[in-house]
Write a protein that binds this ligand. Structure first.
Ligand code: RAT
Ligand code: ZN
Length: 435
């Protein structure tokens, strides 16, 4: 054992792992190690292949991503109603023509499609759609998925699984075979946010609940959550919450959170992911693209972290204005793990700002990013963008540290990247393959 340690430390020395880097070397070493690390993607909307048509991939799905649909309606006179009446290939063609042919694809979401085409060696010019379609049609999902994950530099994909989604829950009831790269998450939005619209779906699964969550409903919802936790083996439970979220609260949301969700998380030793600040359907005409963002009062989060110290909270906030407060709360509560630059924040300029303040305030004790991918190949561009934005920020912090008197080694950088992109997630979630 001792000899092994001596051997590995001398190997490290000979690889330069233990020698402080010259400040000029730091950026390239950070870029190299960040390029090589295999990342755990802690929040996506992707599905393992066994979920069949819920697993989205290919050029038509990429082009009809709701981030691009929102952009379509800004650059085309097509009405949402007409757009929704089209077939998926026709929708994809309209978005291609509008955003990629008639306009230059310089937005984050349009550039992403270009980066995916390039990653597969496909043309990116105006005539590319036909060739891209032929390419994706010739792929088989299993091997294509492996290639995509390798190109993205990720090895674990954490899904979003809704036990009340009419298309998804029957698949779980027939049995989902474990997949070594995919992990489940028990998503609670329909239960916590829109109980009056969904209690009947819970009742239809055999639980004695009512519209106002009264009487034995809470106990029954706990039984529902426990049954689904056993069925899915989730790595955490999750809910997105409006900017108006309050806690404590006498609302159904507050009651179910306190008396059903948090106790079940404790029972199954699961963190709860709260994604706070979404304003759902401010423009329902554009469907999934119709949600917006709002600043939240994070005193609600303070109350949760303080009152439930045996629960762990993975938290992302959608408003730029809430980011600094989130870091402050993470400094107060070790049961709070900030994660990701969510949705409208996942743009280089904002990611840069958020990441800088997180490093300055939290060191490496946060999870910098998740992809939120809905279409498989999106992980390629989203993680490339994260690496591209993150690398100079980390290098800059190491340069400052070196100048302040503490040399930085390759081993330091490797350890920090491991923590940020892997072990912070691994220590909060059980990512062992389920049997
Ligand atoms: O980023 C998105 O795709 C959003 O539509 C949401 O799905 C969000 O990420 C969420 O998980 O609620
Ligand atoms: Zn999401």
């Amino acid at each position: 054992m001792a000899t092994d340690l001596i051997k590995s430390s001398s190997q490290a020395q000979s690889l330069g792992n233990g020698v402080p880097l010259a400040t000029g070397q730091i950026p390239s070493v950070v870029a190299e190690l960040l390029g090589a690390i295999s990342i755990i993607d802690i929040h996506t909307h992707l599905f393992a292949p066994s979920f069949g048509k819920l697993s989205l991939w290919g050029i038509d799905e990429l082009l009809t991503y709701h981030y691009l649909e929102a952009e379509l309606f800004r650059s085309s006179s097509v009405t949402p109603e007409h757009y929704w009446s089209l077939s998926k290939p026709a929708q994809a063609e309209l978005i291609w023509k509008t955003l990629f042919v008639e306009n230059t694809p310089i937005s984050e979401a349009t550039r992403g499609v270009i980066a995916v085409l390039k990653a597969f060696g496909l043309p990116t010019d105006i005539s590319a759609l036909g060739e891209a379609r032929a390419f994706f049609q010739s792929q088989t999902l299993g091997s294509h998925m492996q290639r995509v994950m390798q190109l993205a530099g990720i090895d674990s994909i954490i899904m979003t699984n809704d036990p009340l989604d009419p298309e998804e829950f029957p698949i779980w009831l027939t049995g989902v075979p474990p997949h070594s790269d995919f992990h489940a998450v028990l998503r609670l939005d329909r239960i916590l946010n829109t109980w009056p619209d969904h209690w009947q779906a819970v009742a239809a699964q055999g639980y004695a609940v009512d519209a106002s969550a009264s009487g034995k409903s809470v106990a029954e919802i706990r039984r529902f959550l426990a049954d689904w936790a056993k069925r899915m083996s989730p790595v955490y439970m999750a809910c997105s919450l409006p900017d108006t979220f309050e806690f404590p609260s006498d609302s159904i949301n507050g009651l179910l959170l306190r008396d059903a969700v948090l106790p079940t998380c404790r029972e199954f030793k699961l963190p709860l992911s709260l994604m706070i600040g979404v304003r759902k359907q401010v423009n329902p005409r554009i469907r999934l693209a119709g949600d917006a963002a709002g600043r939240s009062n994070l005193r609600a989060l303070e109350s949760l972290c303080l009152a439930f110290q045996d629960n762990r909270f993975l938290v992302s906030v959608l408003s730029r204005e809430n980011q600094h407060e989130l870091c402050v709360y993470a400094r107060k509560f070790s049961n709070l793990m900030p994660f990701g630059c969510w949705w409208f924040l996942n743009n280089a300029s904002i990611v840069e700002e958020i990441t800088r303040e997180r490093i300055e305030m939290l060191g490496t004790s946060f999870i910098p990013q998740h992809s939120d991918a809905r279409v498989l190949e999106q992980v390629i561009y989203k993680w490339a963008n994260t690496r591209r934005t993150f690398s100079p920020i980390l290098a800059e912090n190491y340069r400052l540290l070196s100048e302040d008197g503490r040399g930085v080694t390759r081993a330091d950088i490797q350890r920090d990247l491991d923590r940020l992109f892997r072990s912070n997630a691994e220590s909060w979630m059980d990512l062992r393959p389920r049997s």
